[in-house]
Ligand binder design. Structure first.
Ligand SMILES: [Mg+2]
Length: 308
């Protein structure tokens, strides 16, 4: 890897975690950030607890807070059964679909109000520091910003509106509600769980990838690292949240197994190092316009050696 790039990455608060990261950074610099697109996981990637405590800043924790006690116990037992495998990256697609449908059925049966869920979301979940800045940077450059989440699109879109975040698309499970706002079901065709993310995103992203071949992916879990299919070295995977709170059943070794699945890891809680890295690569791209034209004309060619 170019030592200058490595120094910049390190100074910005990012750690390189794969040997391919140099080739990917080099490719992104040559293609240009304007010819990239970003795909974000939502829960724990773009969200943190509003109070700064160790509560779980996810759509599903918000919805489960509104369940009556017996239903909440059912929800907890599903979480205890499947979450360790999800975190370890060993959850099967069948298990994931079973878990997600069972949770949705509990929420529908409990007649949870979507307005109440939005209220709990607004008061207990915040955007990760630096999220607004990163989205504005990408919006200004017309770089597509897709949120691909195993959460619920209704709650994600509501929080984006409240925080003036402008994703170009949200791919997540869509709820059905009664006239009174009670959650009555979900669109089965829209169901997104951690392991069908690549399939659910394939159609929408294929169109984007034709014009903008480079994928910048942000996530926090083993399954997020593979949520978009990319041709290497056309995908840069960035892991957020370097130090999750240790919880029962979630040993730190699980996090250590996650890191090598991503190319870069943020050492702090903020996404601002990502914005700064993109700015740096934009400037580098502008310094070498001749090479840029060649890359745009033939984006799949192997990288040429740098001229002295
Ligand atoms: Mg997540």
């Amino acid at each position: 890897m170019n030592p200058a790039d490595l120094a910049v990455i390190d100074r910005l608060g990012l750690t390189a975690t794969t040997t391919q990261v140099g080739a990917k950074i080099d490719r992104l610099r040559h293609v240009g950030v304007a010819r990239a697109h970003c795909v974000f996981d939502w829960d724990r990637t773009l969200t943190v607890p509003a109070s700064g405590d160790d509560s779980d800043p996810t759509v599903w924790r918000v919805l489960s807070d509104l369940l009556p006690e017996a239903a909440r116990e059912e929800y907890r037992s599903l979480f205890a059964r499947f979450r360790p495998a999800e975190r370890a990256g060993t959850l099967s697609e069948h298990q994931a679909a079973h878990w997600w449908r069972a949770v949705l059925q509990i929420i529908v049966r409990s007649r949870v109000s979507l307005a109440d869920a939005e209220h709990v979301m607004a008061s207990t979940v915040a955007l990760r520091p630096g999220t607004g800045r990163l989205f504005r940077h990408l919006t200004d450059r017309r770089v597509p910003r897709v949120i691909l989440s195993a959460g619920v699109s209704d709650l994600i879109e509501g929080m984006c509106r409240r925080n003036r975040l402008q994703p170009s698309g949200v791919i997540a499970t869509r709820l059905a509600t009664s006239d009174g706002g009670t959650i009555t079901g979900w669109d089965p065709g829209s169901l997104v769980h951690p392991l069908n993310k690549p399939a659910r995103a394939a159609g929408d992203l294929a169109q984007i990838q034709r014009a903008r071949p480079f994928t910048i992916l942000l996530g926090d879990s083993p399954t997020d690292s593979a949520m978009v299919q990319t041709d290497e070295p056309y995908g840069l995977r960035i892991c957020v949240g370097s130090a999750p709170p240790a919880k029962a059943g979630e040993p730190d070794e699980a996090h250590q197994r996650t890191l090598p699945l991503f190319d870069l890891t943020l050492r702090g809680p903020s996404l601002t190092p990502v914005t700064r890295l993109l700015r740096y690569l934009d400037l580098e791209h502008q310094r070498n316009p001749q090479r840029t034209r060649q890359e745009v004309a033939s984006p799949r060619r192997p990288p040429r050696t740098r001229q002295p």
